[in-house]
Design a protein around this ligand. Structure first.
Ligand code: NAD
Ligand code: WQD
Length: 339
């Protein structure tokens, strides 16, 4: 069962699961996804996933699915993810992100479903004292309800796996970017993007007039923030490794955590320059003020994912940028032709 399976990372993971031979049940709502993604998944994989438009916070409705289907593993993507919105509407985030997780866990327990893979985030670390961050790096106090919903999500998993029959893997994604090589699925931000890569591609195509770089006076080589960008297709593969590890009882503890990044940090300006070089598109950008709450520099120590999970990012910055650009230009072409 893949909750949030029509979302950005979920849809790429569903494709990878179907192509690996798993049978997939997608549970989604339309809060941040579009139904056309389903036909794109069919087109890429030539397979038919089972799908339900049900809010995971609706306990009664999803309990029917747990009774109807024999589920080996839940991959729980369903969550709201806007940091800024979560500061304005914290309860909405706690209700959705924690309510959906608790419902899934209650129903797993009731129906004896043993395995769950949870979407966590590098946001749990806050501004780290030491780089790169390892899975043992302590959490800092979260600056948003979104961030604390991920910290609490991990806490819930740690406590329920300590006493019960459920086994869990939390995957801490760094900065997911890129799109499927087919350009049939990719990131679909609603309204003005918060994240850097979609802002870059939308500015490149002319949907946005100008990109603002949030601060160039950080203590980094070029003054702009540094992130560990990770291709969404690599992330998708990590979910397969995690699910297989749980299904095959290979996990050494009932709760385990992995950082998912490339291990390399790139600055905002490096990403902009690489975009211009790789796509041959000049980007209209200006330097602006710092954005409140931004981390100066963060990148992952991925040695645990490499050695224990048997996963390593294969795609570099060029693939991340070119696939994002192919997706953006394809979207723009479709929108123009649809009118
Ligand atoms: P997304 O918004 O594209 O996908 C999430 C999907 O879940 C959406 O389709 C949304 O409609 C659905 N959803 C939300 N609440 C639901 C509910 N109650 N019931 C059913 N469906 C629900 O986001 P994404 O980027 O694919 O992120 C997937 C997961 O990864 C999330 O948990 C997110 O917090 C986490 N994450 C994302 C990033 C990132 O930058 N994209 C980084 C770290 C962690
Ligand atoms: C990256 C860098 C910005 C936009 C967020 C969440 C995190 C995780 C991933 C879910 C920063 C700069 C951005 C722009 C810019 N999501 N930037 N101009 O902030 O690292 O992480 O998404 O878990 O929780 O906080 O990603 O892409 O927003 O920003 O200069 O228009 O790009 O200041 O330095 P971030 P991002």
């Amino acid at each position: 069962m893949v909750t949030g399976g029509l979302g950005y990372i979920g849809s790429h993971t569903v494709v990878a699961l179907l192509q690996t031979g798993f049978n997939v049940i997608i549970v989604y709502n339309l809060s941040n996804s579009d139904i056309f993604v389903l036909s794109r998944i069919r087109e890429i994989t030539n397979r038919e996933p089972v799908f339900y438009q049900i809010d995971v916070c609706n306990y009664e409705a999803i309990s029917v699915l747990f009774e109807k289907h024999e589920i080996a593993t839940v991959i729980h993507f369903a969550a709201l993810k806007s940091v800024s919105e979560s500061v304005l509407h914290p309860l909405k985030y706690y209700q959705n992100n924690l309510g959906s997780l608790v419902n899934v866990l209650l129903l797993m327990e009731k129906n004896e479903v043993k395995n769950i893979v949870f979407s966590s985030s590098a946001t749990v670390y806050g501004e780290p004292d030491k780089l790169p961050v390892t899975e043992k790096t302590p959490f800092k106090k979260a600056l948003s309800a979104y961030g604390s919903s991920k910290q609490m999500g991990e806490d819930i998993l740690e406590s329920i796996t300590a006493t019960g029959s459920i086994h869990a893997i939390a995957l801490r994604y760094f900065n997911p970017v890129g799109a499927h090589a087919s350009a049939l699925i990719g990131e679909l931000p609603r309204g003005i993007p918060n994240n850097l890569m979609p802002y870059i591609t939308q500015t490149g195509i002319g949907k946005r007039e100008k990109l603002t770089v949030y601060g160039n006076n950080y203590n980094t080589p070029d003054g702009t923030c540094i992130r560990d960008f990770i291709h969404v297709e690599d992330l998708a593969k990590a979910h397969i490794r995690a699910a297989e590890r749980l299904i095959n009882n290979k996990n050494e503890s009932a709760f385990d955590v992995f950082n998912l990044g490339t291990g390399n940090g790139f600055s905002v300006l490096q990403l902009i320059n690489a975009f211009q070089k790789i796509t041959g598109t000049k980007l209209n950008f200006q330097i602006g003020d710092r954005r409140a709450g931004d981390i100066e520099c963060i990148y992952a120590d991925v040695s645990k994912a490499n050695s224990v999970l048997g996963w390593k990012a294969a795609l570099g910055l060029e693939d991340m940028i070119s696939s994002s650009w192919k997706w953006e230009t394809g979207l723009s072409f479709q929108q123009t032709n649809v009118g």
